[in-house]
Design a protein around this ligand. Structure first.
Ligand code: PGA
Length: 267
């Protein structure tokens, strides 16, 4: 087993704790029931990786119930793309963490850059949502990442530090929290961040998490932003990268299976 992907380091060379590589497929607002059934059935047929990897499917809310049934007794986990911070009430159009848990979800993505930029979600809201997710036993996949303007101005690290400071509570640990680093300019653009930049930012995130939480060393950090079959194994080999949050390529079973397989090659 390579120490690059699976071992979170206390300091270089000192294995602290092992993790499965996590591959999460964010379908965003795509697919209807027929397409979803077929995609999952193709993934189930092609999945030969046992428990070496943790694969999380993150479909739109309309498909969560039927997918929960379809993936019962399979190696896949179910996640939602967002939740509201309140448990119930007059919040038309919203879905609570408790409702997601009731459907069989065990993960929820929070603070995706599309939620932040298109729907105005704030760090405070994301933190409140993560806290509600925790209350109902969901693991929050908290997304952070800088814009191209912030990177060009040398503000990438500060931006991500602030997001982590304000979105991640001290209660975060490896059982209830995953961080996804997604530079906004790499999402859906085909432009992946340079491996060196990914490494630098993942190390930075690790340091912030260690300073923040007693178990900060164990919280998985995923990379997201134009992850594809062709670049996945290089990304998975970057120190501190604990997996990937995959958008576009998760909608095609062959591409998604290739990404999963790339994770296994480093095993
Ligand atoms: P992408 O999306 O893989 O299509 O770039 C990633 C994401 O938004 O999570």
């Amino acid at each position: 087993m390579s120490d690059k992907n699976f071992i979170i380091l206390n300091d270089p060379g000192k294995p602290k704790m092992t993790h499965q590589l996590i591959i999460a497929g964010n379908w965003k607002m795509n697919l209807l029931r027929d397409g979803s059934r077929k995609l999952i059935s193709d993934l189930q047929k092609g999945y030969t990786f046992g428990s070496a990897m943790k694969v999380i499917l993150i479909p739109p809310a309309t498909l969560l119930g039927s997918i929960a049934d379809q993936i019962r007794n399979s190696p896949f986990f179910l996640g939602a793309q967002n939740c509201h911070e309140e448990r119930f009430g007059a919040f038309t159009g919203e879905v609570s963490a408790e409702m997601l848990a009731d459907l069989g979800c065990t993960y929820v993505v929070l603070g995706h850059s599309e939620r932040r930029t298109l729907f105005g979600e704030t760090n405070n809201q994301i933190r409140a949502r993560a806290s509600s997710a925790l209350d109902f036993g969901l693991t929050a996949i908290i997304c952070v990442g800088e814009s191209i303007e912030q990177r060009q101005a040398g503000l990438a690290m500060d931006t991500v530090s602030k997001q982590l400071e304000e979105c991640v509570g001290s209660e975060a640990n490896s059982n209830n929290c995953i961080i996804a680093y997604e530079p906004i300019w790499a999402i859906g653009t085909g432009k992946t961040a340079e491996l060196q930049d990914i490494e630098e930012m993942h190390r930075h995130i690790r340091n912030v998490l260690i300073a923040k939480s007693a178990t900060g060393n164990d919280i998985p950090i995923l990379y997201g932003g134009s992850v594809k079959a062709e670049n996945a194994s290089n990304i998975f080999a970057v120190p501190q990268v604990g997996g990937a949050l995959v958008g576009g390529a998760s909608l095609n079973s062959q591409d998604f299976l290739e990404i999963i397989k790339a994770g296994q090659r480093n095993d």
